[in-house]
Write a protein that binds this ligand. Sequence first.
Ligand SMILES: [Zn+2]
Length: 433
Amino acid sequence: MNSSAMPVIPVPAGLDTKCFVLGEGALVYLPELLKQEFPGKVPWIVADDNTWRAAGAEAQELLDKAGLTPAKPCIFPGTPVLHPDFAYSEKLASLMPENCVPVAVGSGVINDLTKCASGLKKLPYCCVPTACSVDGFTSAGAALAVNHNKQTVKCPAPHAICADTAVMATAPAPMLSSGYADLLTKIVAGADWIIADATGEQPIRPDVWQMIQGNIRRWVAAPKDMLNIFEGLAATGYSMQMMLDSRPASGSEHLFGHVWEMEGLKKDGIDVSHGFKVGVGLLAGAKLMEYICGNPYAAVASRATAPLSIEARKAEIDALLAKNCYGPDPKRISLAKFKTGEAALERRKLIAGVWEPLRAKLEKQLYPYERLRSMLLAAGCPVTPARIGLSREQFLHGIRTAQLIRNRYTVLDFLYDAGLLEDAMTGLEVMIG
Ligand SMILES: [Zn+2]
């Protein structure tokens, strides 16, 4: 085989990920990729029944034929749907053959389980995605439930990725829709970073910014263009590896998604995909940002509610967190960012000062709400809360609660600190219909 034919996409230096192969039919390069990146290691495929059929069996055969003598694969049942539970990763780690390179053949869950297991054994691994569904393939860390508590478990990103668009095209259509929505969120996440930058909360890092925001419009231009979409999702993972933080990939829209995820959101008895939750979230985030773009500060300042006392805010937080399912210590997080008295007034002064230049910057960064909605619809994504199983109450509760669960500064904090969050939220009515 001609090694120069391997469709390698450059990866920024200094990351866990060293080699990224992407293209139609790229699976045939898996043996060559493993020989190059993991010399002398025994490939060990981890899959489930579905992903084994999609690519696992063929990969095993390719490795066999190439003389790599792969170990007996580990294949999870395809049904019921495999849950991303840390216990499975511990099990995988205990099953890992001697001197192996784990090869995760699957979508997000198989990849996260294998990523974490490989991290436990301190073994670099290779990822063969079977769906273009999420940006987590290339990120450091795995989204897993530890003792029923969903969290990001620290572990290195894959050393190598072999992504075959012909394989990913065989995945159920909603998986690509979901990946597209997750990618499109970067428009809103970028706008949230602009807000955090303007308020001095988290400066924009130009190299990371450019990597995502310099390309996002191209990546999302066509809803079925898997080469571009997967390249974008992969780059998003790299940007998080570079920042050691999910800021470049995740803003207010992901916070909404996390809240609904922690509440166990289902539609017709089935878990709603990550992409579909953050897709509805990105429309809500964009609507809130349009409130800023559409109004000079002078036009809305008189509608601002007075800053709360610490007691009143505590009561408000307790009411919002009543379901008690929002992670380890959301009350501490939300009180740490709460400003009262002088600090609250100072923040309002700052907001008044940055509002006008921010309007222009957000206007430039965002696509209008209607356009984002059309893009999601064209990609087959839900665009209303009801379509992902959210009642009006749960949707609006999620908007208010999302501000409490992380210290990440977003449009939610900006509007809350301005005393204008409730006023801006009236704009969300158009989404509820
Ligand atoms: Zn995401």
